[in-house]
Design a protein around this ligand. Sequence first.
Ligand code: NAD
Length: 307
Amino acid sequence: MATIAFLGLGHMGLPMALNLSRAGHEVLGFDVVPAATDAARAAGLTVTASSVEAAERADVVLTMFPSGRHVIDAYRGVDGRTGLIETAAPGSLFIDCSTIAVDESQEAHRLGEAAGHRCLDAPVSGGVVGAENATLAFMVGGSEPDFAAALPLLEAMGRRIVHCGEAGLGQAAKVCNNMILGISQIAVAEAFVLGERLGLSHQALFDVASNASGQCWALTTNCPVPGPVPTSPANRDYQPGFAGALMDKDLGLAEQALTLTGVDARMGLLARRIYHEYAAGPGAAQDFSGIIGTVRAQSRPQEGTNA
Ligand code: NAD
């Protein structure tokens, strides 16, 4: 059993840390926000006074932070604070589960490996429910032996675990997947609004498209209109689910990768613009399938109606 410094006990991190603890590992949690450490302690997790204290005592350092800047600063140390890579015993296994840019992830690998550690990027999909139920999907970048070493830990937190290749390729898989998701959720929303204008019922469109070539997760799981999929966020006033702010963040990472690689991805860039506007308003806290409201609001009024 491993001793794991679990750093970042937010929406995702706390339930993931609890699952590792339930699997029998010794988990030492820490978060810079006192409310998060209080909640972790109340949930029964062992909490340390600092990330340094956790990393000193652990053989695995797992991070679940908001952004790449947080990861690199924590690895390297900022404002006179000692970094995790300096604190941890050489040969420690660093697993970063945050969603960050591919180049930032590769930088984190470089920093860790230069200090003699083993490093993996292992971003997740599946949201808070997946974190709570240990059903997350992990996309992992790093060497084969490091992946093999991490596998039992990832299996305690998730169900589908894919080794995508070398450093940063877990993040690459995540950014590509979420670009598909952002584009397809907009496409499904546009199709439902077009169907409404043409007099097609939501159920009829769903029954056809979900069994035809329009079939996709954005339709069959995250259906943006209430009714056809009773568990989709549209049935609970677009409570997330996956918040617009997170889709905006992930499409921002896709945009960064597209700029870096020069790929002509007009749909991806347009999806980024659409979700950036969505997340500038109440959409930030709503499920990203609520984008259907924007499609309706921005559609030209129909002739012969007051709409
Ligand atoms: P969150 O903001 O709830 O949690 C992040 C936590 O990290 C915060 O509590 C913050 O205080 C802490 N933190 C930041 N710097 C720290 C440091 N140096 N030391 C210790 N703690 C530190 O975010 P979240 O929703 O848990 O998401 C975490 C990551 O997972 C993000 O990168 C996000 O994009 C990704 N993700 C989130 C979801 C989701 O549905 N929430 C789904 C998939 C992936």
